[in-house]
Design a protein around this ligand. Structure first.
Ligand code: SAH
Length: 390
């Protein structure tokens, strides 16, 4: 098997369990290979480090699949990993709909599998994993006997791997709409045309955490997508919820979700740009008890960081200005490049500009079906703060 030899002077990140070998960490490659092949990785002294798949086109040149030299990367290997991922979620009480495989954190790098009742949505985001797509589909069929398996490989990160943007049905039938249940709400999910895989499971536990803050409240939400936070707020006793999203499709589905749960008297969904909406409420001196912000990743990469910081600052500052004293700002960032410390710095600076004091009620992260691999900060991305304005 082809051997990848690591440089001597690199940090011990990989030994500590980080799942990637960067191009700059490779001293030499011994033997022939095609992009996507399985290779063995050795340190400069010839000690075995692990096995993974290689793509010389990507800065992340090798992603580890195993650290065990005797483990063969075959169908059984993938089946075991997927069963491990399932049993972890079952242990934590996940049933019905959840993220079944969260890439590196489930030791299946670049593989995402979301389970929507009996429909599965998969993403293979690197070349080496893409090669095993049909094996993965076959295993999902065997374990779950699903109604359908759909591929949402229309993710821009695939371009870094030289992979095309594709989506489509890989097995069985996939309806345009699936109804899932979350924290007692019923929600339509559109896995075919929705964003990413169709639904954001990562905020599940956070949507529940808002319960004590929204009772009897007038709530504003600015990036509502198909309405999960807004409907959760209504379900937990909010008096009135106004929710906006810039996507017309999202707002339409959110309205249907409100009807589905009999919450359409409490929740009102409208198309609108968060930056404008927040400014208009400020100008009209309208105040809310709770503002919820869950924007898309403003910083998709390091280069976009400066403008992302401005964006986060602006929406949080504007939200603070339209909150009643004693009101709550519930704010998130899913940009990996904005870490906890930076996100807090942004919020502090917004509070300073708004001349308010903040109390941190709770600082949370992504749901447990998106586990965080201690050795890989990349697997931790969601920041979620519940703050009180004083
Ligand atoms: N809170 C949602 C997920 C939000 S994802 C949930 O819990 O499911 C981010 C959403 O922001 C997307 O639906 C996207 O359409 C929307 N969006 C992006 N830019 C926006 C803007 N400037 N104003 C309002 N919505 C925006």
């Amino acid at each position: 098997m082809t051997k990848v030899i690591l440089t001597n002077n690199r940090s011990k990140r990989i030994e500590k369990g980080h799942p990637w070998v960067f191009r700059t960490e490779i001293e030499e490659i011994q033997g022939n290979f095609s992009p996507g092949d399985i290779v063995e990785v050795y340190d400069h002294r010839g000690r075995f480090v692990g096995k993974g798949y290689i793509n010389p086109r990507s800065q992340i040149t090798v992603r580890f699949l195993t650290r065990n030299k005797n483990e063969t990367i075959d169908r059984d290997f993938f089946k075991k990993r997927i069963l491990d991922a399932l049993s972890y979620r079952e242990k934590l009480g996940f049933t019905g709909s959840f993220r079944l495989v969260y890439g590196e954190a489930d030791f299946l790098p670049a593989l995402i599998v979301d389970k929507f009742e009996d429909v599965f949505v998969i993403q293979t985001l690197a070349l080496g994993m893409d090669r095993f797509k049909s094996v993965i589909v076959d295993i999902l069929k065997e374990i779950f006997e699903p109604r359908g398996i759909y591929e949402r490989n229309d993710a821009p990160v695939r371009e870094l791997e030289g992979l095309p943007q594709v989506k489509g049905c890989l097995y069985g039938e996939v309806p345009e709409r699936i109804i899932i249940e979350e924290n007692g709400l019923k929600l339509y999910v559109d896995v075919i045309n929705g964003q990413k895989t169709g639904y954001f499971f990562d905020q599940k536990e956070n949507r529940q955490a808002i319960a004590p803050l929204v009772k009897g409240a007038e709530v504003l939400e600015c990036f509502c997508y198909t309405g999960s936070f807004a409907l959760s707020a209504a379900r937990y006793g909010a008096k009135k919820v106004l929710a906006f999203d810039s996507s017309k499709d999202a707002v339409e589905l959110a309205r249907e979700n409100a009807v589905l749960n009999g919450l359409n008297d409490i929740c009102e969904f409208q198309e609108g740009n968060a930056f404008d909406v927040l400014r208009q409420f400020y100008d009209s001196r309208k105040k809310f008890d709770v503002v919820i912000l869950d924007p898309p990743a403003f910083a998709k990469n390091k280069k976009a960081l400066e403008s992302a910081i401005r964006g986060y600052k602006e929406i949080n500052l504007r939200s603070l200005k339209i909150l009643k004293p004693g009101g709550f700002l519930i704010t998130s960032s899913c940009s990996h490049h904005v870490d906890d410390a930076l996100f807090w710095e942004i919020i502090e600076s917004a509070a300073w500009d708004a001349r308010v004091n903040l109390r941190i009620i709770e600082s949370r992260t992504q749901a447990k079906d998106h586990p965080i691999l201690a050795a890989s900060e990349e697997t931790r991305y969601l920041k979620f703060l519940m703050l009180q304005v004083m």
